[in-house]
Design a protein around this ligand. Structure first.
Ligand SMILES: [Zn+2]
Length: 418
């Protein structure tokens, strides 16, 4: 049986997707029901082994690099042509959900399986890419794997990374059995296109009742590390006029960060201080030093820069007034990604062909696609998630919602691979 475009209908199986997601969610540090899967932790390593077995079952050719990026290729009829890539990540921030990233990985596997079962034989190779450490949890850098592939981070920088426990990336990599593998940036035209299926992580699609979001642009994120040096002392004997309290200064600064984002003329500007380290960190000690990170995002890089400048100026004034030493380190300032108009049109066309309502939209969250956009045309397929919630155990997309996204992905891959 063929559809009106001469293609066999794709036998996507939502029950298979759900059981794969369930199996993957079981690789987690406690407590359940949240999922915690941090780069190179035992659950992460077990999940990688499990995933490679699922790829091998399908006869995909597997390659890994020294950063832990995993490539699983369905070799096409013309293997020398640049491949069509798809994929996402399987690491999960502490106490998060089971759908972020994983839907794009498991969904791609199911799309490949259904395409193969329908009799499709791709001209271009199809490649599933599972990127290392999309989340910054362990090393403070988002999209570690895709950043390296796109040449936005040098391999030397990777060698210097250390987590908070003082474990170095090279040491962890060695324990993960990846040390002997090559690490290289990809050079265009390695891929002809990259498509990422992902939950929206926001409320737009649920609100409009649409099944598919075709992402046209990904907001530009920047991250800064701010350190405050004051003088620590005894909470009883160091009198108020003599204090240079790093934590009191940092508290004032966090409110200034919030104010700078609120005073931007656009709702697209968002700024967050989500973690802070205080030293010595005792109830009866005045804080001598404090460090916190600022996450600043915007869809307009110029506006983001203006807001960052305003923040930095306010923080400088606070430091001066309080006699504190301030250092401001840029962790990254990434450019926004524009998605490829032809790929966006392909997503909309596939959705239409499948009778699914779709809309064009912006991604306000960070994704590996942001970096792949430096290597090849990219686009993202969003599906709704309940209440727009993500990075928490309540994160949820229904089997039908995921099935719709996988169907659109498979249809696009079929069209692109030829
Ligand atoms: Zn994600």
């Amino acid at each position: 049986m063929e559809d009106r475009f001469g293609c066999a209908p794709l036998p996507i199986r939502p029950d298979r997707i759900v059981s794969l997601l369930e199996e993957l969610a079981a690789f987690s540090d406690p407590p359940s029901p949240g999922v915690t899967r941090i780069l190179f932790s035992p659950p992460d390593l077990a999940a990688r082994t499990w995933l490679k077995a699922r790829c091998q079952e399908q006869g995909l050719a597997i390659r890994e690099d020294a950063a832990g990026n995993l490539f699983a290729r369905w070799v096409g009829r013309e293997p020398d042509l640049p491949a069509i890539a798809t994929g996402s990540h399987i690491d999960a921030v502490p106490h998060s959900g089971r759908f972020d990233g994983t839907v794009g990985v498991v969904g791609a596997l199911e799309a490949f399986r259904a395409l193969r079962q329908s009799g499709f034989r791709p001209k271009r190779s199809l490649e599933l890419v599972v990127f290392t450490a999309e989340e910054p949890t362990r090393f403070g850098v988002s999209c570690l794997g895709s950043r390296l592939l796109a040449g936005r981070m040098r391999p030397e920088d990777l060698e210097r990374l250390q987590d908070e426990a003082g474990e170095s990336f090279p040491r962890l990599r060695e324990r993960a059995g990846l040390a002997q593998l090559p690490l290289s940036a990809l050079a265009p035209p390695h891929y002809a296109a990259f498509l990422e299926l992902h939950i929206e992580q926001g409320p737009v699609l649920e609100g409009t009742g649409e099944a598919i979001g075709a992402v046209e642009a990904i907001a530009a994120p920047a991250a800064y590390r701010v350190r405050w040096e004051g003088v620590s002392g005894h909470a009883g004997t160091l009198l108020m006029p003599d204090r240079r309290d790093a934590l009191a200064g940092a508290a004032e600064a966090i409110l200034a960060v919030e104010r700078a984002a609120k005073e931007s003329e656009s709702l697209d500007t968002v700024a967050t201080v989500g973690e802070i380290a205080v030293s010595p960190g005792a109830l009866n000690s005045v804080a001598g030093s404090v460090s916190f990170g600022i996450d600043l995002r915007d869809s307009d890089p110029r506006r983001r820069e203006r807001v960052a400048r305003a923040m930095r100026q306010s923080l400088g004034e606070i430091a001066k007034r309080r006699g504190l030493k301030l250092s401001w380190q840029i962790l990254y300032e990434d450019p926004p990604a524009a998605c490829d108009p032809a790929l966006v049109a392909q997503i909309l066309e596939s959705a239409d062909r499948l009778g699914l309502r779709a809309r064009r939209m912006i991604s306000r969250a960070y994704h590996d696609s942001l970096f792949l956009a430096l290597l090849c045309p990219v686009a993202m397929i969003f599906i709704p998630c309940r209440g727009g919630k993500s990075h928490c155990p309540e994160e949820y997309s229904s089997p039908e919602q995921i099935e719709a996204g996988v169907h659109v992905l498979a249809d696009c891959l079929r069209a692109l691979a030829g």
